[in-house]
Design a protein around this ligand. Structure first.
Ligand SMILES: Nc1ncnc2c1ncn2[C@@H]1O[C@H](COP(=O)(O)OP(=O)(O)OP(=O)(O)O)[C@@H](O)[C@H]1O
Ligand SMILES: O=P(O)(O)OC[C@H]1O[C@H](OP(=O)(O)OP(=O)(O)O)[C@H](O)[C@@H]1O
Ligand SMILES: O=C(O)c1cccnc1
Length: 486
């Protein structure tokens, strides 16, 4: 039996964060002001955009950030000295955070969260923030990708049984809803987040009653809304005819919503099921389909003329099938120097995409006032005021010859204030509001960025000031390092 109570998330971190914080504390630099940014470099699934999710849980985590007595006891047992453990006991999150709203359409190299906090605090929260944002953003993006293919047809989330354990099912379901799914079969997620819950029934129900007709009849005697699963024995000879028979017998006593197909050739079976339902007069009855569906299968089924009205998607959305992780990172961009001034920091790498962009920054979406479409995103140093400019010169930060001048634009600040020196200053919207926010933001994007196959590259540019500052820091840091090279 484990003697420690699992009663906080403060240790939901990598050991090296605790060790680094210990050195900062021992060296008395733990309270130095620092700035970190959380961002990913590459869009997942080859998609043209991603959907930011995870902020609500990040807020919960930071609000409650505190080592519990059992955390401290465990750290003591691991061998950490009493004076350091006593310091950890006092730690709370006292930083300032700006972040994208959940449901924001985001791209590579964009600061999704900007954390200004005492160095030790900023370090101790890194792992949990990445853990939350990486997963939820990945699932919201996968869901949105599926929604781009299904169009107006509703998609239900069915993935809990295949999710990577409880937390992934719960928060993944929420993320899928943000991405555009209309509801979930997970009842706990419904209760917790106010998501619509719905469902049909399983093959076991038909097996329990031995035949389709008896099973559907028993189901209908107790449940008004009926979607009958018709593929347990023989979809077209037994399942669909039994559904029609029960619908006729019970008439207005039930709301015969339709049937669900879960195996076989979904294109053929859906067309035949449609024909049988229409011939029986049930032209409004819906055909649900599930069975390892994802955006590719759905696209193919639509191309085959499948008559499917509602899609049930489980495994491949909740597990982010194809790409198991989003590679978001958390990088220091600025730290207080010996004189109490903020100084830029940079990480240089032989791969250009891994070189960080130094300084406290903001990010804007540049919206063309005539087309109402976005021209691209524009990252500036915090003191810049792009909204005051009449013209903006936007250029690719690596291939700088790719450039354009934009006029008559609105610069929308993509960050909102979340914490101000430890105080929460943001009201989390409901999941329904987040879902509709995403829909509105997608309207700003040309279709070329939204297609699932080979989408166009969306511009994420640095202002000239920000770009020049980055180049200056690369030179300066190289010179500094040369002094230590042998
Ligand atoms: N007409 C179709 N075109 C393309 N893909 C299809 C079509 N019909 C079904 N599929 C997909 O093909 C796969 C078929 O799955 P699989 O062979 O495992 O069996 P199944 O018919 O679903 O039966 P079971 O789940 O009982 O094993 C699923 O991913 C399904 O979504
Ligand atoms: O296919 P997914 O996208 O994951 O959707 C959820 C699946 O869960 C249920 O199947 P079940 O667990 O009974 O097993 P099955 O795959 O054999 O139908 C349901 O009938 C779907 O097939
Ligand atoms: O309600 C359903 O049809 C359902 C729920 C979970 C998994 N598969 C299907």
């Amino acid at each position: 039996m484990n003697k420690y109570t699992d009663d906080s998330y403060a240790l939901h971190t990598d050991l090296y964060q605790i060790n680094m914080a210990e050195s900062y504390w021992a060296d008395n630099i733990h309270d130095k002001k620092s700035v970190f940014e959380l961002y990913f470099r590459k869009l997942p699934f080859g998609n043209g955009y991603a959907v930011f999710a995870g902020l609500e849980r990040v807020i919960n985590f930071l609000t409650n950030f505190q080592f519990s007595e059992s955390d401290l006891e465990y750290l003591s047992d691991l061998g950490y000295q009493k004076d350091y453990v006593d310091y950890l006991k006092t730690i709370r999150f006292t930083g300032t955070v700006r972040a994208m709203k959940e449901g924001e359409v985001v791209f590579g190299n964009e600061p999704l969260l900007r954390i200004e906090a005492p160095l030790a605090e900023a370090q101790l929260i890194e792992t949990a923030l990445l853990n939350i944002v990486n997963y939820q953003t990945l699932i919201a993006t996968k869901a949105s990708r599926i929604i781009q293919v299904t169009g107006d047809a509703p998609v239900m989330e069915f993935g809990t049984r295949r999710a990577h354990e409880f937390d992934a099912a719960l928060w993944g379901t929420r993320a899928a809803y943000i991405g555009g799914f209309i509801g979930t079969s997970n009842v706990r997620a419904g209760k917790r987040f106010g998501l619509p819950v719905a469902g049909t029934h399983a093959h076991a129900f038909v097996q329990a009653y031995r035949d389709d007709y008896t099973a559907f009849r028993k189901y209908a005697e107790r449940h008004k809304d009926c979607v009958f699963l018709v593929d347990t024995y023989d979809t077209l000879r037994s399942g669909v005819p039994a559904a029609i028979k029960v619908a006729k017998e019970l008439g207005d006593k039930i709301n015969f919503i339709g049937v669900r197909l879960d195996s076989g050739d979904l294109a053929y079976l859906s067309k035949e099921a449609r024909r049988l339902l229409d011939e029986a007069g049930y032209t409004d009855a819906k055909i649900y389909a599930s069975s390892d569906l994802d955006e590719y299968t759905i696209m193919s089924l639509k191309a085959q003329g499948a008559k499917i009205d509602v899609w049930g998607v489980g495994t491949k959305a909740i597990t982010a099938f194809e790409q198991p992780a989003l590679g978001a990172v958390y990088k220091m961009v600025s730290i207080e120097d010996e004189n109490g001034e903020m100084a830029d920091t940079i990480k240089i790498s032989s791969s250009p995409e891994k070189v960080t962009t130094p300084g406290l920054k903001n990010i804007y979406r540049i919206i063309n006032n005539e087309t109402k479409k976005s021209e691209g995103d524009y990252i500036t140093l915090a003191h810049e005021q792009p909204w005051k400019k009449d013209e903006l010169y936007m250029f690719h930060p690596v291939h700088t010859y790719l450039a354009k001048t934009v006029s008559n634009f609105t610069a929308k600040d993509l960050h909102v204030n979340i914490f101000n020196q430890g105080e929460l200053v943001y009201d989390c919207p409901s999941v329904q509001e987040i879902q509709s926010y995403l829909k509105q933001q997608l309207e700003l994007l040309w279709d070329e960025y939204k297609r699932s196959l080979n989408p166009a590259d969306y511009p994420v540019d640095l202002s000239r000031v920000c770009w020049e500052n980055k180049m200056k820091n690369i030179d300066k840091t190289k010179k500094h390092i040369q002094k230590y090279e042998r």
